[in-house]
Design a protein around this ligand. Sequence first.
Ligand code: NAD
Length: 474
Amino acid sequence: MDFFSDFSMTIDGVAVRAAQTVPVRNPATGTDFASAPRAGEDNLNAAVAAAQRALPAWKTLGVEGRRQRLMAFADAIRDHVEELSSLFTREQGRPLAFARSEIQLSAAWLAGVAGQDFGPEIVEETAERRVELHHEPIGVVGAIVPWNFPVLLAMWKIAPALLAGNTMVLKPSPFTPLCALKLGELSRDLLPPGVFNVVSGDDALGPMMTAHPGIQKISFTGSTETGKKVMAAAARDLKRLTLELGGNDAAIVMPDVDVDAVAQQIFNGAFFNSAQICIATKRLYIHEDIYDALRDRLHAIARAAPIGDGAQQGVMFGPVQNEPQYRKVLALIDEARNAGLTLLQGAEAPQGGYFIPIILVDNPPETARVVEEEAFGPVLPLLKFSDVEDAIARANDSPYGLAGAVWSKDVQRAVEIAGRLETGTVWINQNLQTAPHIPFAGAKQSGFGVENGRAGLLEFTQSKTIFIPKTANC
Ligand code: NAD
């Protein structure tokens, strides 16, 4: 398998190349280094038709048979961690050690989900009858993923959808198609043809999928703006939907924390992956008693944080992943600067590529665009509060509700505050934690439905209730 120059789609278990291609750019250099097939409608139709043909046998194989095949797929990913990680760094920009973590975690996720059970539940048992709730596959799942965690977020869909007996057409982001194409290639000898298809393309491919009548469910991760279009398109034939969307996550830091003990963790929760994480801390509310100390500590960490090409040793922060995002984040920073806000800059960023130094914005007004909008890049507003009630109200004053965090020595008080945050997840004295068995969902305009855990697995199933009499009464 050539990992670095030969990229094909997987349709019906075989390699498919397209007449046209899309260039793939290394964000650390700003230059194109590979090309991915640009799927046309004919390729998508072939992938959906293959997925439909594969459905009956994949369902009949039963959960044990599917589990074994998915475990073998997880092993194949583990066997290719190094090649996948290095490809990941080139297309996504993330430093190699962290790219490797995503590949390893994705293999572990697949195995972890594949180990789950979702057998029929008995919802009533009397002398007269038993009522069973079965979880049937839905059909062909269209999975659409973004560029920030291109392998893990795909796996959040692949693993539960296939275990539940569905088949899939996966579409990666046009900015990061390569690792997903390699996942398809690795699966060819391990999964029956048509069970897992991977198609790559340009901006036209996503809307083609959401409009395709042969797809029964769309599992989408991306921006809230696109999520709304996906929902509108899915309404036409009532496709099932899971939407994991944007966030503008708030963290509240109470005055009793040990600033030196929490600063690095808070920093990582905001800036890991150059802050391109849906669940990154994007608004940091700090109690006035410790505001200056924590601000200065975060600034010191930012000044010492090495930014550069993720392929180089020792680099902790890579570039912004793509040019439109780079321009968007720069515009946000310019606007903050022009508005007279105080910007505290971290280590110098290298020239070339889409590098932006880490920026802390010192106590901007709540109405600043850098506070109200999801930056999705290395710029973080630090916001002062004196009354926690005010901090909770400001944290909740957002159309988003993905995740949040509370930092305090008083865990019981932190739990009370967590209970009042209008988000799908709240971490206390930690952040960015997810796991295959822990449900993940967005509140408000951050999402629709659940990923992970039993609830996430069941989102890839259709409920079917069967009433069974105890005697043959007819
Ligand atoms: P995006 O919405 O631009 O694109 C996401 C995917 O949708 C891509 O594959 C894209 O090609 C596809 N797409 C674009 N237009 C489409 C359309 N009309 N119909 C169907 N598909 C379409 O998002 P992005 O810029 O790739 O990712 C960043 C965003 O994703 C951020 O807002 C971030 O918060 C969010 N995100 C959310 C989660 C989560 O779990 N909630 C995780 C990661 C990223």
